[in-house]
Design a protein around this ligand. Structure first.
Ligand code: CP
Length: 301
């Protein structure tokens, strides 16, 4: 009998995965997109705990769970005992105690998962932690880039916008550099974040050389001092305007994690532009999250 307890396969940051594991998950996601299916998870249960609002992450995890025949245990923060002061740890430990097999969690606190991954014996799948990380978004972004270019090595990627508040930027800056891309940042000075280790560039200088322009949402809800730009001013100085798109390489792609502030980060008319991959990113999110769930629940391909 094997008495060695398996460690749960948490998915809280791509920094904890090797490049081989990440490339394996990208290829797995693309196989699902082509119609391959892993063995199904009949009888397994997942709870999706969203302490911040979500359209894409929550619904695409739910869609991925359905594709894999995982049963979702509905969890609504507003009607749970969180409203009576229950701690995040106690909520998660309760779900583990009643037999839930994995937890998808979005929470406003950076690094909320540290205590959970130490103490829980079921996997925690990070659906976004404050301004910390958004690894499932990052994986779907990698799938979208790889689908286009079949490599990351030497690609010129610009991450543009509200960098300091962006968990998407933090996750992508780190993993894209590890994968060999040349990553630069373009942002207003007050939204710059040195800790991402990017070179600061002006959008107008780098646009003609970019293979990927990744725009970020202006995160009004995290601007405790209020907004420092009008929408028009931000769009003209830092956004992807109709004029700027003409200066991109013909084969370059436009990405945005969404939700989009139309005519702020990107002109509304460009969201479905032929070079935009914004909606394909969302489609790829389902396959990426199938790969994340498959890894967490210990399936063998
Ligand atoms: N990209 C993203 O995380 O979107 P949601 O906030 O709608 O989940």
């Amino acid at each position: 009998m094997n008495l060695i307890k398996q460690q749960p396969k948490h998915f809280v940051s791509l920094d904890t995965l090797t490049l081989e594991e990440i490339m394996g998950m990208i290829e797995e996601s693309l196989r699902y997109k082509q119609g391959d299916m892993p063995p199904l998870f009949d009888g397994k249960t997942v709870a999706n705990l969203f302490f911040e609002n979500s359209t894409r992450t929550k619904n695409s995890f739910q869609m991925a769970e359905r594709h894999l025949k995982i049963q979702e245990i509905p969890f609504d923060v507003a009607t749970s005992s969180v409203t009576k002061g229950e701690t995040l740890y106690d909520t998660c430990k309760t779900l583990e105690a009643i037999g839930v097999d994995a937890l998808v969690i979005r929470h406003p606190e950076d690094g909320y998962y540290h205590e959970l991954v130490e103490k829980l014996s079921i996997p925690v799948l990070n659906g976004g932690d404050g301004s910390g990380e958004h690894p499932s978004q990052s994986l779907l972004d990698l799938v979208t880039i790889y689908e286009e270019y079949k490599t990351f090595q030497g690609l010129n990627v610009a991450i543009c916008g509200d960098l300091v508040h962006s968990r998407v930027a933090r996750s992508n800056a780190s993993v894209l550099k590890r994968l060999g891309a040349n990553v630069v940042g373009c942002s207003p000075e007050s939204w710059w974040d040195d800790s991402m280790g990017l070179v600061h560039r002006d959008i107008d200088d780098i646009l003609p050389d970019c293979d990927v322009i990744m725009l970020l949402r202006v995160q009004h809800e995290r601007h405790i001092m209020g907004d420092i730009f009008s929408k028009e001013d931000y769009h003209a100085r830092f956004g992807l305007t109709v004029e700027r798109v003409e200066r991109m390489k013909p084969g370059a792609i436009i990405m945005h994690p969404a939700p989009v502030n139309r005519d702020v980060e990107i002109a509304g008319s460009l969201i479905e532009h032929r070079q935009s991959r914004i909606f394909p990113q969302m489609t790829n999110g389902v396959y990426a999250r199938m790969a994340i769930l498959h890894r967490a629940l210990g399936g063998q391909l």
